[in-house]
Design a protein around this ligand. Structure first.
Ligand code: PLP
Length: 412
């Protein structure tokens, strides 16, 4: 037992996995990271001024077909800036899925606004389009000032589609709703850089096929467990020059004048450093390769569980190209003969790191006063979901071990 426990103690998300453990999602650092970071150190350009910041911003903006990019210290700060720039403020409401990382809802809360939690669709685990439409139609009233939640009395200002786990949200109908109700759209694309949205290719702008190509504002994260990382980092993307200018201004302490240091409002210190951006440039050079590796991993899980009843790997819509950032399988206790948490314990004994879905956000204390609309699928996904090792560098042998442990644990 002691070796099992020592193997399981270092299972800290984000921390490098010790030898012998198969981590959930470790960074992949095999390119020009050393070279570019050394360049920062050699030239003394280590902080937020320096050429890599602009280079990284242009690189990501070009990849997504965005007009403007503002690099930030992390994804949460990018989302916070997006809220501020979109005019989301005290006692406003923002629609987002109840199944996401808490950062999505925290960013809304920083402004004094409140999230409204919407269910997700059980197939692709993204914000439920029909329920979003129903909420807007049945639960809200329109007046001269905009849209009001009839129950809470708060103003509904924005929708936050979160492209979860590498798979895109079905964005077109959401954009239509946002236009019809005059809502801002702030995409949380922390988990799906490199994914494609291919719906109705004929009728919509080709440039929008990259997930996170901003329809209004979209945000990225480069945290250690994301598909590319800068250690910590984020980015806000938009096609609106004024939005980009304002986001940049707020991210640099709202500095109006740099010699006499005039600040006419309260700003933030949210700019990414040159060292981090240097790492980002190197990581971007490998993004397409990483997406390919992740899709290969997903394919092997699909094959590995093809004949295992009660284990469902993530699906991909026919209008989507997922990056399969995390392979979260659903464990049907009745059919598989073991629930997701018991399987988690089994995998941990075998030194394999796994994780349940996030706690449904509407059940968390800071959001107890928030409106949650017809949440059903999220609760079930939380009960049955288990994320399996999905690192870009996951070897075939290691993956075969993960699949083998699961196959042996079940009834087969
Ligand atoms: C990681 C993540 C964030 C926050 O990004 P940080 O860089 O960690 O601040 C926001 N939303 C989602 C869905 C995420 O997965």
């Amino acid at each position: 037992m002691s070796d099992i426990r020592s193997a399981s103690t270092p299972f800290k998300p984000g921390a490098p996995a010790p030898k012998g453990i198969i981590p959930l999602c470790a960074p992949e650092i095999r390119g020009n990271e050393w070279k570019y970071i050394k360049e920062c150190l050699d030239t003394n350009w280590v902080s937020s001024a320096g050429s890599f910041v602009g280079r990284f911003e242009r690189m990501v903006a070009d990849y997504l077909g965005a007009g403007y990019a503002v690099a930030t210290v992390n994804g949460t700060s990018a989302l916070h800036l997006a809220m501020l720039v979109a005019g989301v403020g005290f006692d406003d409401e923002v629609l987002l899925p109840a199944l996401t990382f808490v950062a999505s809802a925290n960013a809304v809360s920083y402004t004094g606004a409140r999230p409204v939690f919407i269910d997700v669709d059980p197939d692709y685990r993204q914000i439920d389009i029909e329920k979003t439409a129903d909420f807007l139609k049945k639960e809200c009233r329109r007046d001269d000032a905009g849209l009001q939640n009839k129950t809470t009395g708060r103003r509904v200002k924005a929708i936050m589609p979160v492209h979860l786990l590498g798979h895109p949200v079905d964005l077109d109908p959401l954009i239509e709703m946002a236009e019809a109700y005059n809502l801002r759209v702030i995409e949380d694309n922390a988990e799906s850089l490199g994914a494609k949205y291919l719906k109705d290719r004929g009728s919509i702008n080709e440039a929008w096929s990259a997930v996170g190509a901003p329809r209004d504002i979209s945000c990225l994260s480069f945290n250690g467990n994301k598909i590319i990382t800068t250690g910590g980092g984020g980015m806000l993307l938009t096609n609106d020059e004024a939005v980009a200018r304002r986001a940049r201004y707020l991210s640099t302490q709202a500095k109006d004048e740099s010699e006499e240091l005039i600040h006419s409002e309260v700003g933030y210190n949210y700019r990414l450093t040159n060292i981090q951006a240097a790492m980002g440039v190197a990581q971007m050079e490998s993004l397409d390769k990483y997406v390919g590796a992740k899709r290969g991993i997903a394919e092997r899980y699909r094959e590995g569980f093809d004949d295992v009843d009660g284990i469902s790997p993530p699906a991909e819509a026919d209008w989507a190209k997922s990056t399969f950032w995390l392979n979260t399988v659903l464990v049907d206790r009745q059919v598989f003969g073991m629930d997701s948490r018991a399987l988690l314990a089994k995998l941990r004994e075998a030194a394999i790191e796994t994780r349940p879905f996030w706690q449904p956000l509407h059940t968390l204390k800071p959001f107890a006063d928030c409106f949650a609309y017809r949440i059903e699928a999220v609760n079930r996904l939380h009960r049955d979901g288990l994320s399996l090792p999905s690192s870009v560098g996951l070897g075939e042998k290691e993956q075969a071990k993960v699949i083998g442990v699961i196959r042996n644990a079940g009834r087969v």
